[in-house]
Write a protein that binds this ligand. Structure first.
Ligand code: ATP
Length: 227
């Protein structure tokens, strides 16, 4: 296996994995790089180049064995065994995450859930009992947790993140739109839906404006020609 794998290749592995999972559900055994490219909206040459970093997966003229390829990518991504996840905050977002049916197929399992509301503590969602956040440190120490998801209000996120850092957690996914100041050895990703929506709206309106401007330009040129 070559040592330096481009970041873009690593970023495409999970979409490949997901596409292959869908193909397995549809009962497909083999797939060509053209078909996979079509599914992932990519150029087949990019797919072949990506896979070449990890060895020779396919057979010329036959294509890739879907199940072998999916398992290989799952291994490369380190999704075996399942990565254990702790969720902190079981509001609307936390609840939806607990009910999401595909995490296990995709390599993740929420094994612990915490909240500070007495009406929620003790309730069971999808096999996971919501526990009192006061016991966070103690419970995280007794389970080997790979990733914590923060779905608490913005005001509570820094304190909880700080508590998590002290337990030795190395990866945090936060749904709170705030910057969490964490030590360098802890990876934090914030899912900020409003920022992403604002970005999309900005770019889509710019496209509309540039279309309007180009239409105006054409009309002006047409007027000059007509004069
Ligand atoms: P969501 O943002 O998930 O839609 P919501 O509007 O239902 O949530 P929020 O006020 O954002 O509720 O809180 C999310 C969850 O986090 C709630 O279940 C709340 O009880 C819980 N929560 C709030 N503060 C803490 C805390 N310090 N520790 C643990 N859980 C908390």
């Amino acid at each position: 296996m070559k040592t330096s794998i481009p970041n873009e290749t690593i970023g495409r592995l999970f979409p490949y994995f997901r596409a292959l999972m869908c193909l397995i559900k549809e009962g497909k055994d083999t797939i060509s790089s053209y078909e996979l490219a079509d599914l992932c909206n990519l150029n087949p040459a990019i797919i072949r180049k990506d896979f070449s970093y990890f060895g020779d997966f396919g057979k010329r003229g036959v294509g890739y064995n879907v199940s072998n390829l999916m398992n290989t990518i799952r291994n490369i991504l380190g999704l075996i065994p399942l990565k254990r996840v702790a969720l902190i905050g079981v509001g609307n977002i936390g609840n939806a995450l607990l009910l999401y049916p595909n995490f296990e197929l995709e390599g993740f399992k929420i094994v612990l859930a915490f909240d500070n509301q007495s009406t929620k503590i003790g309730r069971k969602i999808n096999g996971v009992t919501i526990e009192d956040v006061s016991y966070l440190e103690k419970r995280l120490k007794s389970h080997k947790i790979h990733l914590c998801i923060l779905a608490v209000p913005e005001s509570a996120a820094p304190v909880i993140a700080h508590r998590l850092a002290k337990t030795g957690v190395k990866a945090i996914l936060s749904f709170s739109p705030c910057q969490l100041a964490m030590p360098d050895n802890i990876k934090v990703t914030c899912v900020d839906l409003s920022t992403e929506m604002a970005r999309l709206v900005y770019y889509s309106s710019r496209e509309i404006f540039s279309e309007i401007r180009s239409l105006q330009g054409k009309t002006e040129r047409h007027k000059k020609v007509s004069i």
